[in-house]
Design a protein around this ligand. Sequence first.
Ligand SMILES: C[S@@+](CC[C@H](N)C(=O)[O-])C[C@H]1O[C@@H](n2cnc3c(N)ncnc32)[C@H](O)[C@@H]1O
Length: 218
Amino acid sequence: MSNIVKTADGSNTLYSPEFKEHYHSTFGALNESMHVYIESGLKYCELKSLNIFELGFGTGLNSILTYIESIKNNLTVKYNAIELYPVKSEIISGLNYDKLFTPEEIFTFNKMHSSPWSSDINISDNFIFSKIQADFSNYTINHKYDLIYFDAFAPDVQPDLWSKKNFIKLYNALNNNGVLTTYSSKGVVKRNLRDAGFIITRLPGPNGKRHILRAEKK
Ligand SMILES: C[S@@+](CC[C@H](N)C(=O)[O-])C[C@H]1O[C@@H](n2cnc3c(N)ncnc32)[C@H](O)[C@@H]1O
């Protein structure tokens, strides 16, 4: 069962005793999600209409941030997230996200969490959301995506998820000029992404992290 932890920017994250891992950087959960996935992924894509795949729905922080960005910039988004170990609703409701987001945004956040698995939910006219409870390692991707948020636990802890085989699966699921962003810039991650066909750019990381990665299908 995950524990709630306060990070340096005031936003909460979770700690998983099973994996001995935090869900986000303890230097700032909100700051990290904004930097890695919104600034380096969503904004970089510059698409007005896009399909997004997230590996590791977890707290739902990336999903709500993407929704907020879609409203600000009038984006049309189809968002699919996969999660093998859903977080219990009583833990989600203990996160301090009501201090970070407006009541309308929290309503949407709760709607994402309470939505049934494997169903497309119209969060708004321009935002369709679905979550799948499955193990990404055995999961066959049936759609094409423009953007992938790769947010598994660390490569030391879940090496299988960061394998060349899984990156090939993601590469094949991307449209041309598709983008994958992730918080890890470890050597093995770079190597496996390159071997899968991606062109990699190492970007400055958020607080407390030297680098992150953007991988593109050219
Ligand atoms: C680093 S956390 C990030 C979660 C999320 N993006 C967030 O912002 O809270 C990694 C997530 O990947 C999920 N996960 C771990 N192994 C998985 C697997 N094999 N398939 C799908 N999800 C997995 C974990 O349960 C956890 O929610």
